[in-house]
Ligand binder design. Structure first.
Ligand SMILES: *[C@@H]1O[C@H](CO)[C@@H](O)[C@H](O)[C@H]1NC(C)=O
Ligand SMILES: *[C@@H]1O[C@H](CO)[C@@H](O)[C@H](O)[C@H]1NC(C)=O
Length: 338
């Protein structure tokens, strides 16, 4: 696809989708079929918690005032929930063999924020609002506070009854873009969603352990990844020494060194194009023709990226949802109801 062509198609798709969402249409364009029963003002229509959105926004604002990494934390938590067995809040369940307990889910955060929002909602609208909806609304609000798009969140998800560590199947941070695409497609998302959602690496942090192979021993060659631009390699090696002293924690570094304030930006894509990505999976975007074109488009246009991001977050938030009488409305997001 040529760059200009991609630009036009993306913009039209995103605009149409957002317009239909704003219009309250139940059949949002491009959403996976499972999301069809979700509706714009679920808690207003059912008169169970008309003000759920202002209540959630207020709590997210309070946290964001002290912690500017709340957006990347919530996006990651939403991704971890939706990609593993659908957006059913199964990632929030505590227990010995839950998704949360999987070593692959290590590093997730913002569970306490979800608990806080849930407490407020249980005081205002007891037993009404699902943890899965709370997570979707909170992620949207944090993105907006960080300078990202505001977009309507379709609601009416219910919470799952099960969670299993064995279900957690996240791709590794050094995986090729082809394997990463196969993963996204297996969940019902597409190439545009993948390139766009990887853009969440515009903010947030990562442990050095995830990139040591790229810095010192790429593909068991004993050398760094030859695709990494030289000054980036020097910078990252200084941040992430090859050996951490025993008992010292693994350093946390910014995924996007250009963005220490964790605000919404398209500079992630400029870094991809300049061979300055921190993670291997991000740098791989320049190798595919379509992934390269879309990276070009986003690097050149913040508005395009904002529209695309809103669109793909909505699509991800609609994956394999439980609605109607399936699942339950959990009273405590960490455990199924007794
Ligand atoms: C890694 O090494 C293997 C075997 O030497 C090779 O086939 C493969 O292409 C290498 N991968 C990359 C990304 O360089
Ligand atoms: C980035 O790396 C690729 C090959 O890995 C190279 O073709 C390209 O010229 C590099 N771009 C820049 C801006 O250095």
């Amino acid at each position: 696809m040529k760059r200009e062509q991609g630009l036009v198609i993306l913009s039209i798709l995103a605009l149409v989708a957002l317009e239909m969402m704003v219009g309250g249409s139940q059949a949002a364009v491009g959403m996976p079929p499972e999301s069809a029963p979700l509706i714009r003002h679920f808690y207003k229509v059912h008169n169970t918690c008309a003000n759920v959105e202002p209540f959630v926004r207020h709590q997210v604002q309070l946290i964001w005032a002290n912690d500017k990494t709340v957006a990347p934390k919530l996006i990651k938590l939403l991704y971890a929930d939706c990609m593993v067995n659908g957006c059913d809040a199964s990632i929030l369940l505590d227990g010995p063999n839950t998704e949360k307990a999987s070593p692959k889910a290590r590093g997730l955060a913002a569970f306490v924020l979800i608990d806080k929002i849930k407490q407020v909602l249980e005081a205002r609208c007891p037993g009404a609002v699902s943890c899965a909806d709370i997570l979707n609304i909170a992620a949207r609000d944090a993105v907006y506070l960080s300078g990202g798009p505001s977009y309507p969140v379709f609601l009416g998800r219910r919470d799952g009854l099960e969670s299993n560590a064995a279900w957690v199947d996240f791709p590794s941070p050094s995986m090729s873009w082809e394997s990463s695409l196969a993963y996204f497609e297996s969940k019902g998302l597409d190439l545009q969603d993948m390139v766009t959602l990887l853009g969440a690496h515009m903010m947030g942090r990562v442990r050095c352990s995830n990139i040591l192979d790229r810095l010192y021993n790429f593909n068991n060659t004993g050398k760094p990844d030859p695709s990494m631009e030289a000054s980036t390699l020097t910078y990252l090696r200084a941040e992430c020494p090859q050996k951490v002293r025993l008992g010292q924690p693994n350093p946390l570094i910014n995924l996007n060194p250009n963005n220490p304030s964790h605000s919404f930006t398209n500079s992630y894509y400029s870094r991809v194009l300049e061979n300055k990505s921190v993670l291997g999976v991000d740098q791989q975007l320049i190798y595919g023709e379509d992934t390269h074109d879309l990276s070009d488009e986003y690097a050149a246009g913040l508005l395009d990226f904002k529209l695309g991001f809103a669109f793909s977050m909505s699509r991800m938030g609609g994956l394999k949802v439980l609605t109607g009488t399936k699942g339950q409305i959990r009273l405590n997001c960490r455990m199924v109801n007794k």
